[in-house]
Design a protein around this ligand. Structure first.
Ligand code: BGC
Length: 445
């Protein structure tokens, strides 16, 4: 009896696959495969709120043909920033989900400049006519980090170009303004000219090699303060994890405006206590897209379903919150500045985005299993904002997700835990280093 049922199911799945032709590459819409039942092959993680929470068997699809989404760290060369198109087009159902790094970086720079302009009468703490800032850099080889460093330097007129691109190297200590990666900027505000100096910048990497390291930033601000004292008028950071570490260690008490990125809940709340501002990279939209592209590929429907085109539950995104660049196989969420003027709207950073928060039915979207890793379980943004959002959406999209948290240092710590890819229907990957896509695709290939 059991055997007959299994054989019938296998046949139904083969027919279903044949009917939808396997891939679904943003072309015309396709008929979803018939729902299939079966025994669970899935692991811990999300459950389906819409009905059965038993994942359908992974079936006969080869691992190399299963849907794959890269997220948060875009496969690219960490020295040149060049995209790794081989990884981004690993198969017909491969995509990247992130956010528009340049638009966000520009916003961050503008936000800081606007703050300085609005507070020019009090910003220069020692009244020497030089507005001094320090900058915490996340990962000198990460394209988001590079963009943010450039955005701040461009807005504050401290940028130096090299071959048409703004330099993004850390300067270390730049007390005399002679560093070659930056220059002293000039800002004219209220008819008066001010000099702006990047007093110091450093990649916040701990001794074990983890980047974007908040604890390192919290210690480093102490060193910077003992070197520069009240020359520091502004603190800028490539993210909120490091920004909040510096705020809590020093700038809050000393009332020095500190700016980060990510709109993590603690940072947004701190705006009420003097944190200068942050940028929302619309993690609520990104987390949705991360799982949605997998859902669509697994359903064999047009990839735009529930994204630019409403799905059967009414989920749809408007084009002011994301863009898709086909030549890069990438979805990018758009950023929003979060300041004293609007922060109360952003206090809950883990709430699903309203227009895409409708539950899918398990009849037409049967539960599937997904393997997903987070490069560093201790990363503030990914653990306090992104993962809780993913956990909300996995229920809504009927995906049973196994979450793997890495150590932030070695790819092997994560890939070791993808021992049996056959068990999963799809994969969501967050690499330690943007260069390392092959460490994952070789396991699937
Ligand atoms: C976030 C950082 C985070 C990094 C991890 C960035 O997009 O802004 O906070 O540490 O991703 O890759």
């Amino acid at each position: 009896m059991k055997k007959t049922l299994a054989a019938a199911l296998a046949l139904a799945m083969v027919l279903g696959l044949a009917a939808c032709g396997g891939g679904n590459n943003g072309g015309g819409s396709q008929t979803p495969p018939p729902p299939s039942g079966g025994s669970s092959t899935s692991q811990t993680g999300g459950s389906s709120a819409g009905g059965s929470n038993v994942a359908t068997p992974a079936g006969p699809v080869a691992n190399k043909d299963k849907p794959l989404v890269w997220y948060n760290r875009q496969p690219s060369n960490s020295s040149t920033g060049e995209l790794d198109m081989e990884a981004l087009s690993f198969n017909d159902d491969t995509y990247y989900v992130g956010f528009d790094a340049n638009q966000g970086a520009e916003l961050q720079g503008q936000m800081i400049l606007e703050y300085i302009t609005a507070n020019i009468d009090t910003i220069d703490r020692n009244g020497d006519g030089v507005i001094g800032y320090v900058l915490a850099i996340g990962d000198i080889g990460h394209n988001d980090s590079i963009a943010r460093t450039r955005g701040v330097r461009k807005a504050l007129d401290t940028a130096v170009e090299d071959g048409g691109a703004i330099k993004s190297d850390a300067v270390g200590i730049n007390q005399d303004g002679k560093a070659t990666a930056v220059k002293d900027g000039k800002l004219t505000i209220g008819g008066k000219e001010y000099t702006v100096r990047e007093l110091a910048s450093q990649e916040m990497k701990n001794s074990a090699g983890a980047t974007w390291d908040a604890a390192t930033a919290g210690n480093t601000i102490g060193t910077w303060v003992s070197t520069f004292g009240d020359q520091i008028d502004v603190v800028a950071s490539n993210n909120d994890g490091m920004g909040m570490a510096m705020f809590n260690a020093w700038s809050k008490e000393n009332k020095v405006p500190t700016f980060g990125y990510d709109a993590n809940a603690d940072a947004v709340a701190a705006i009420g206590e003097g944190y200068g501002g942050t940028i929302s990279q619309h993690a609520d939209v990104q987390a949705y897209l991360t799982l949605r592209v997998l859902r669509n590929a697994l359903d064999g429907v047009d990839i735009d379903t529930g994204i630019g085109t409403a799905d059967d539950a009414g989920n749809v995104l408007s084009d002011d919150v994301y863009k898709y660049v086909d030549s890069e196989r990438s979805y990018y969420a758009l950023n929003v500045a979060v300041t004293a003027a609007n922060y109360t709207d952003f206090l809950d950073s883990t709430k699903p985005f309203g227009p895409v928060s409708a539950q899918l039915s398990t009849d037409s979207h049967p539960t599937k299993s997904v393997w997903l890793d987070i490069y560093n379980a201790a990363d503030n943004f990914l653990s306090s904002t992104y993962q809780p959002l993913l956990q909300n959406y996995d229920d809504l999209l009927n995906l049973k997700v196994e979450y793997i948290g890495g150590d932030g240092q070695t790819e092997g710590n994560i890939t070791n835990r993808l021992g049996n890819p056959d068990q999963y229907d799809a994969f969501a990957i967050n690499m330690v280093k943007t260069d390392n896509a092959a460490a994952y695709t070789s396991l699937l290939g």
